[in-house]
Design a protein around this ligand. Structure first.
Ligand code: ACM
Ligand code: ZN
Length: 529
């Protein structure tokens, strides 16, 4: 806890006047940075409790009313008012960004002071958690809280399987309740292009549909299901989702994959490839040799046209350009790629990828945005201004951070929540592989092995949800929860993770999941490894 405002002192003086009995505990995930709960006394929240809004904080107040309506379904919505007693929310610049201080006392009722609107929102999330898991009784006391990392992300692959606007909103609700603030939306890949681009309607008309889907492991055609599969978001739907996320203080970072993982685009527009022959929207999983041609100017024009529309739709400063897993077989045989290498003095196909990435970064910067990419963008010589997402382990991230690049840590062996959660895999359905139990996520310190200089460039941590074997939101939730809770504590409360209290805090969080109707995996609660 870096800051204590004068409100802490007031709160502490109030609490110290209360009789000292056995201390009560509040089980909260992620762990707040400071809690002092009085031995007795509580404020009881009912549907009749008013939200007293100061400093024009109507937006977070309305979100809270909406959230609480889910828990008080038979009552009128809670009222927001300008003065009175109840749950009062206000701002103070002495509270850190995204942080809050909450005082619960006879005099104050509940008072939440945020460093900014997001901080008020997170305070209200904590309050909601207490109300829902404790029958509306909020014990007198004081809580101060602030996040460790400014970037607290979760990724969602909607290419391998498509998820409706309602599903994505539900995903956002779950992230927000865990105090995450970034959704990395993986919108394009070999198996489906999911975002309407007005300049190239073929991308969704043709590129959003595949003939069939691999439903087993390996590349054996016997595992193809023979069912056409597709779906995409209109620009209007995208705008709606972006707005929905922003109201929950979540920035959506869109990902447009390039130059690899682009077979769906190549199916729609074969002139984007080196050989220009027709290819299918891919029906299998893995890495395909069909990639965008990096030698033709038409490819660059296409990418810039697409990104122009993406920039219009997404206010995020960071735009994700993929950059991962791009085989160079086609480029080696392509006269255009080879000519571009010669003209630009590039010695290898890796450098050609570096050239493409650098050109795209320049375009994004000229349009007021910044580029983020998977750690392969380091291979071709990345600029110091790119943000790197370290997924092939942590070393790429440490290397980039030491060179001064901003880094988001998301190593596959700890952060891919589509991996199995148990050793036996019983009840887990067919998943892609791997093994990441709750405890493994929880034990991870993203700063491990880093110099202070490198640490200062780690902007955050992200978990990823790849959907090759996830066909429905029910399954996505089961893979996400409860491991997202472990992830959220790494992201929000890295300096105060506590292996001794996490299990009892998770038992309380489980009640919250039940109240929200989310489909969580039972294994951690059953003690199954
Ligand atoms: C990745 O998993 N290919 C980023
Ligand atoms: Zn080429």
């Amino acid at each position: 806890m870096k800051h204590l405002s004068r409100f802490v002192l007031i709160a502490l003086s109030l609490i110290m006047t209360l009789p000292v009995l056995s201390a009560r505990e509040l089980n909260i995930v992620p762990q707040p940075s400071y809690m002092d709960i009085a031995a007795e006394g509580e404020f009881i929240v009912t549907p009749k409790t008013c939200i007293v809004v100061v400093d024009d904080l109507w937006a977070p107040a309305e979100r809270f009313v909406e959230d609480m309506q889910q828990h008080f379904p038979d009552s009128k919505p809670m009222r927001t008012v300008k003065r009175g007693k109840g749950i009062k929310i206000r701002l103070d610049k002495f509270v850190p960004a995204e942080g809050y201080e909450m005082t619960i006392s006879e005099e104050e009722g509940v008072l939440i002071i945020g460093g900014d609107e997001a901080g008020v929102y997170y305070g209200l999330q904590t309050l909601r958690h207490i109300i829902v898991t404790n029958d509306g009784k909020v014990p007198y006391g004081f809580i101060a809280d602030e996040p460790t990392f400014a970037y607290r992300g979760a990724h969602f692959d909607v290419s391998r399987h498509f998820f409706s606007v309602e599903d994505v909103k539900r995903y956002i609700d779950i992230l927000a309740a865990h105090k995450l603030n970034r959704l990395h939306w993986h919108l394009t890949d070999d198996q489906g292009w999911r975002i309407e681009i007005k300049a190239y309607p073929e991308l969704t008309e043709k590129g959003s549909i595949r003939k069939e889907t691999l439903v087993g492991h390996g590349l054996d055609p016997k595992w193809l299901d023979g069912e056409p599969y597709g779906g995409y978001y209109t620009q209007e739907e995208i705008r709606d989702v972006v707005k929905y996320a922003a109201k929950r203080y979540i920035t959506i970072i869109p990902e447009i994959e390039m130059p690899g993982h682009s077979q769906a685009a190549l199916h729609a527009l074969p002139w984007l490839g080196c050989h220009e022959q027709q290819v299918d929207v891919w029906t299998m999983w893995g890495v395909t040799p069909e990639v965008l041609c990096a030698g033709k100017e038409t490819t660059y024009k296409f990418l810039e046209d697409v990104l122009k529309e993406v920039i219009e739709l997404f206010p995020s400063e960071l735009i994700h350009i993929g950059g991962d897993e791009c085989p160079k077989d086609r480029w080696k045989e392509c006269e255009h790629c080879q000519a571009m290498m010669k003209a630009e003095g590039l010695e290898s196909e890796e450098q050609l990828q570096g050239y493409l990435v650098a050109r795209i970064e320049k375009f994004l910067n000229a349009n007021g945005r910044r580029m983020i990419g998977w750690d392969e963008i380091l291979d071709g010589g990345v600029t110091p201004t790119a943000t790197v997402m370290s997924w092939r382990g942590v070393n790429a991230g440490i290397y980039a951070a030491e060179r001064g690049n901003d880094v988001v840590m998301t190593p596959m062996t700890l952060c891919y929540l589509n991996f199995y959660q148990t050793k036996s895999r019983e009840g887990e359905g067919l998943q892609i592989g791997g093994y990441i139990p709750f405890e493994m996520v929880y034990a991870w310190n993203p700063y491990e092995g880093m110099s202070d200089e490198a640490k200062s460039h780690i902007i955050g941590v992200q978990c990823n949800m790849w959907s090759e074997y996830l066909k429905s939101m029910k399954w996505v939730e089961k893979m996400l929860l409860p491991r997202l809770a472990a992830m959220s504590e790494v992201q929000w409360a890295n300096d105060r993770r506590n292996a001794e209290t996490i299990r009892s805090r998770m038992e309380t969080l489980r009640k919250f999941y039940d109240a929200c109707g989310w489909n969580y995996a039972p294994y951690y609660f059953e003690g199954r490894e």
